[in-house]
Design a protein around this ligand. Structure first.
Ligand SMILES: C[S@@+](CC[C@H](N)C(=O)[O-])C[C@H]1O[C@@H](n2cnc3c(N)ncnc32)[C@H](O)[C@@H]1O
Length: 286
């Protein structure tokens, strides 16, 4: 079962008009795309994702509305091209549901999982060259420590980086998870390698840089009266979205629609526990 996170809330804030053109920057398995398409008449939704494999699932999951959906394979840095392909300069709304999908996170062959063995891959876009294995086995100890500290917010980053360098070559996800666990034994509920995996994933996919790019171009891509809706799962990301939206508000370029972030209901969290850290923010362009 696939649960698009904060779906009703995202649609409420997007305020889809039947004739509008919308951009789902992170189509994933097509959950939000399908619900946008369902509300369209003559309009269109451009469903973008940097993961070609996920786009094929999205295609199947949205087949019912295929006539109103155009799939596009690309990263946030290619969104202008995704929009231009459809003969428009601006869209009537943009949705971004950041991070990795449950599928990417749990499917062993994608290499994000600390629980099932797989290659050290972690590329959302499998046509990209650098994998997590390249970083783990070739990066300098200091770079590894900095990434794990900064992006993973892991206090034991230096110890972990040292253990990784000593254990090279590291061949698989479970091998890496074991190395991290021995260097930094479990202290709470979280698996001790969770933060390290998160940091590596962010570096492999250049997630901070991609989010910066998205926040830079989204206001250029959305027409006056159109909305930008962003769902994030990490505090570092939510902070960036909040600051950018506040700045757009202060500059008089947009109206902030969410004074506080919108979070999932107790019912949604009960049905889909990973949704618990989701935060939604929205602006309307002027
Ligand atoms: C949380 S999932 C989206 C799920 C989707 N809303 C649904 O209902 O199925 C995030 C998706 O964003 C994609 N993604 C993450 N960063 C991206 C980027 N910089 N450019 C394009 N797609 C990206 C991932 O590949 C993943 O499929």
């Amino acid at each position: 079962m696939h649960y698009p996170v904060l779906c009703a809330e995202a649609l409420e804030y997007l305020a889809v008009r039947p004739e509008g053109i919308y951009l789902d920057a992170t189509a994933g398995f097509g959950g939000h795309t399908r619900e946008i398409a369902r509300r369209l008449g003559t309009g269109l939704v451009i469903a973008n994702d940097r993961d070609a494999e996920s786009l094929e699932f999205a295609r199947a999951n949205t087949a019912e509305f295929a006539a109103r959906i155009r799939l596009h394979h690309g990263a946030f840095s290619n969104l202008q091209e995704a929009v231009a392909e459809h003969g428009v300069r601006r869209v009537d709304g943009l949705l971004a549901d950041l991070g990795v999908s449950r599928y990417q996170l749990t499917e062993p062959h994608r290499g994000f999982s600390i629980l099932a063995d797989g290659p050290l891959d972690m590329r959302m876009d499998q046509s990209q060259r650098t994998t997590a294995g390249d970083l783990v086995n070739s990066a300098a100890e200091k770079a590894l420590a900095d990434w794990i500290y900064q992006y993973g917010e892991e206090r034991r980053a230096r110890k972990i980086a040292r253990a990784i360098v000593r254990a090279r070559p590291i061949r698989s996800t479970l091998h890496l998870a074991g190395v991290v666990e021995r260097a930094a034994p479990r202290t709470g509920r979280l698996h001790p390698a969770t933060r390290t995996f998160m940091a590596l994933r962010m570096v492999v996919n250049q997630e901070p840089q991609e989010l910066d790019r998205l926040l830079d171009i989204a206001p250029e891509l959305v027409a006056a009266g159109g909305r930008i809706v962003v769902i994030s799962f990490m505090s570092l990301e939510d902070r960036k979205v909040k600051v950018k939206f506040q700045t757009l508000g202060r500059e008089g370029r947009a109206t902030v629609l969410t004074k506080h972030p919108v979070t999932p209901s107790a019912k949604e969290i009960g049905e889909n526990p990973p949704s618990r850290s989701a935060k939604l923010r929205a602006v309307e362009m002027k």
